[in-house]
Design a protein around this ligand. Structure first.
Ligand code: GAR
Length: 216
């Protein structure tokens, strides 16, 4: 069985989308995979309740309780490795990870980011998009590399930016697509249809339309 460990910091709506897909598509039988654990760096993260409701074990590691970023990441690695994960998913995990952590999970650590990378890395991506005047925006699922929001891109979903958009309306439109994109990318990785080769993402023939989606 391939174990997936999800890291969250808050709401957990992307986690919920993964849990829903894993249940509806019976990942345990069809992909020999399961969401084995959810770990949060914040005790109040609403996503923890979503995991519990789905019967997935949860753990809280408060980053503030550790003397350094490195000490936190080492403890986090221990907690994750207890599940021997095939895949670690950052599903709204709002911490920058150390080089040591990123190297340890090279090729099996992915993140969802609310912009069309390489545009708008970092925070407040919807504000950045509106301020820049782009006509399209979206979400990206990518492998995590040593550069923040800079790893090889697995899949992207594009949405229009409308004239009357606010940060909130744009965020909402992107989020709907995140919830489709993340489970899809996880599924493709588990199937082996998408893989990391020499730092680039290889997409098997016939799967291109699943990793490049326009949602109008
Ligand atoms: C999502 O929009 C995700 O893309 C973003 O945080 C939100 C978490 O929402 N992640 C990042 O900005 C990572 N840099 P969720 O907790 O409801 O899934």
């Amino acid at each position: 069985m391939k174990n997936i460990v999800c890291l969250i910091s808050g709401r957990g709506s992307n986690l919920e989308a993964l849990l829903a897909a894993a249940g509806a598509e019976r990942w345990a039988e069809t992909l020999d995979a399961r969401i084995a654990a959810v770990i949060s760096n914040r005790p109040g993260a609403a996503g923890l309740a979503r995991a519990k409701a789905a019967g997935v074990p949860t753990q809280v590691l408060e980053h503030g309780a550790f003397p350094s970023r490195d000490a936190f990441d080492v403890a986090l690695m221990q907690a994750i490795d207890a599940h021997q994960p095939a895949l670690v998913v950052l599903a709204g995990f709002m911490r920058v990870l150390t080089q040591r952590f990123v190297s340890h999970y090279a090729g099996r650590l992915i993140n969802i980011h609310p912009s069309l990378l390489p545009a708008f890395p970092g925070l407040a991506t919807h504000r950045q998009a509106l301020a820049s005047g782009v006509r399209v925006h979206g979400a990206t699922v990518h492998f995590v590399s040593h550069e923040v929001d800079g790893g090889a891109i697995i899949g992207q979903s594009v949405v229009p930016v409308r004239a009357d958009d606010t940060e909130e309306t744009l965020a909402e439109r992107v989020l709907v697509q995140e919830h489709v994109l993340l489970p899809r990318c996880v599924r493709l990785l588990l199937q082996g249809a998408v893989s990391l080769r020499d730092g680039r993402v290889h997409v098997q023939a016939g799967h291109d339309q699943e990793v490049a989606v326009a949602a109008w």
